[in-house]
Write a protein that binds this ligand. Structure first.
Ligand SMILES: [Zn+2]
Length: 488
């Protein structure tokens, strides 16, 4: 008996040490992508980016090798890449230089950004690229015999100039904001590539998910971050991002990070000081757990929450959100929590289920406002929800808005950010609130199914309506027209 016990004890001890050595998730190990994510990533286009940041000259060297498949039913005469960084070259085209944004984004006066392009090849043949627009955001490359199902390899080099600017692409106070600045394939639909302008209001981006292999070199005193964990060896930072709609990077001259696990996801909060790294940790954990439960599992192994010097409250990228540093100050805890909750909601409504953010901005923004409000109700109770809904939904419904401007309007129809926020966020969320009342609280059941059906794809308004009718067993199109398309 005794002997048996000691054998059992020995065996147990051995098992425990094996577990400790090999099985226990290590705090510093690189979290692995889920089988679902790897399965979604398998058929996708791939970008290999070799990046070199030269902080002293404000330049980012970019070498891209990308493999794209013709996923449409026609032979394509050309390929269009969106090179959004081009718009930052002049005040006439910069999305940060509109009347209401100029002083907020360029506190030190206009700073020239943009890029110079070199050596564009398709399948190793040099091609002559052209730009459709003065802003140089629509790069058109001729291609021959690019038939349905075929793959082609596009390579190019470019040198980006990073402007002194507190926008998606810019630098300030030792932080480099590298969002929407790498070339990305446009979306082809109804016989044409999307060529929307880099509007100053809203997020004018529409893109498909793809895989990214990133390699970055930069001076030693800088630390880069992206939506995955960088491996650092021999002076090079490398990582692979699976099935993401965009690859954004941040580089800090001085950074502090803090991390926490939530439902198997590693949440990493980044800032320029300890307070910025620690403050959103617990909020992000609660938010992520609530959305996991309500809308289905967060798809990526890592979620980055970064405090950045920024002219806006927040910005979403797949696997990473940016939060304006101003929100980390005293007395702003509620504003920080709401921003973090809204931006993390974009991981479901934008990153996972993409939509046409130019023509139907409500389809991600209103959904994120709704998700944020329901998170507040679950976390802080009905009183907190009612107070916030009065502010974020009821008040926007009372305001005077120009005739013809509705939550269903495209982003280029709005005059200013206030009008855009009131109508698309506030009145758009009113549509979801009305649906929730009408269905006795079943809107989140519908949204969970909407995410399940359209994960990693681009969902149209029709996809939204069809899923809604299927889940609710009722045609809700009239309610949608009432709220989304009717002036009031
Ligand atoms: Zn948003």
């Amino acid at each position: 008996m005794k002997r048996a016990t000691s054998i059992v004890a020995l065996a147990l001890a051995a098992l425990i040490s094996v577990y400790a050595l090999f099985l226990r998730p290590k705090e510093n190990s690189i979290p692995s992508p889920s089988p679902e994510l790897l399965a979604a990533a398998r058929p996708l286009d791939t970008y290999d980016f070799d990046l070199v940041l030269h902080p002293d000259s404000n330049q980012l060297g970019v070498t891209m090798h990308a493999c794209f498949q013709n996923r449409w039913s026609e032979t394509l005469p050309d390929i269009v890449l969106r090179t959004w960084a081009g718009a930052y070259a002049s005040p006439e085209t910069s999305p940060a230089a509109s009347d209401e944004l100029y002083n907020r984004c360029y506190p030190n006066g206009f700073s020239e950004g943009g890029f110079v392009l070199h050596d564009v090849t398709i399948n190793e043949q040099r091609v002559t690229p052209t730009f459709d627009d003065a802003a140089h955001t629509v790069l058109r490359l001729p291609v021959t015999n690019f038939e349905p199902g075929q793959w082609c390899e596009v390579s190019l080099r470019m040198v980006l100039t990073v402007p002194d600017c507190l926008h998606r692409f810019g630098r300030s106070q030792g932080v480099w904001l590298l969002g929407n600045c790498l070339p990305i394939l446009s979306v082809y639909e109804q016989g044409a590539w999307r060529t929307d302008a880099y509007a100053a209001i809203g997020d004018p981006f529409v893109s498909a998910v793809a895989n990214y292999n990133l390699t970055l070199s930069l001076p030693e005193r800088y630390t880069p971050f992206t939506s995955g964990i960088f491996e650092h060896a021999n002076g090079l930072y490398t990582t692979t991002l699976h099935a993401v709609r965009e690859a954004a990077l941040l580089v800090y001259e001085q950074s502090v990070t803090a991390s926490i696990q939530a439902d198997g996801t590693r949440i990493v909060c980044i800032g320029r000081n300890k307070q910025q790294a620690h403050k959103p940790l617990q909020i992000a954990k609660e938010v992520l757990k609530y959305y996991n439960q309500t809308y289905g599992a967060y798809p990526y192994p890592v979620l980055m929450v970064a405090a950045v010097p920024f002219a806006f409250a927040g910005m979403e990228y797949p696997g990473m959100i940016w939060v304006g540093e101003n929100l980390y100050g005293q007395g702003l805890d509620d504003a920080l929590e709401l921003t973090v909750a809204h931006e993390i909601a974009h991981q479901w409504f934008y990153a996972l289920v993409g939509s046409d953010q130019f023509r139907h901005p409500w389809q991600d923004e209103a959904l994120c406002e709704h998700a944020m409000l329901h998170y507040v109700r679950a976390r802080h109770g009905a009183g907190a929800y009612d107070a916030l809904a009065r502010l974020r939904i009821a008040a926007p419904m009372q305001e005077n808005i120009r005739e013809g401007i509705t939550p269903g309007s495209p982003i280029d129809s709005f005059h200013d950010l206030e009008e855009y926020t009131t109508v698309v966020y506030g009145r758009g969320a009113a549509m979801l609130q009305a649906l929730d009342v009408h269905t006795n609280g079943r809107v989140d059941d519908f949204l969970k199914e909407y995410v399940r059906r359209h994960a990693f794809a681009l969902a149209s308004r029709q996809d939204f309506e069809i899923t809604l009718a299927d889940v609710l067993k009722e045609d809700m199109r009239e309610l949608l027209i009432d709220y989304l398309d009717t002036s009031m």
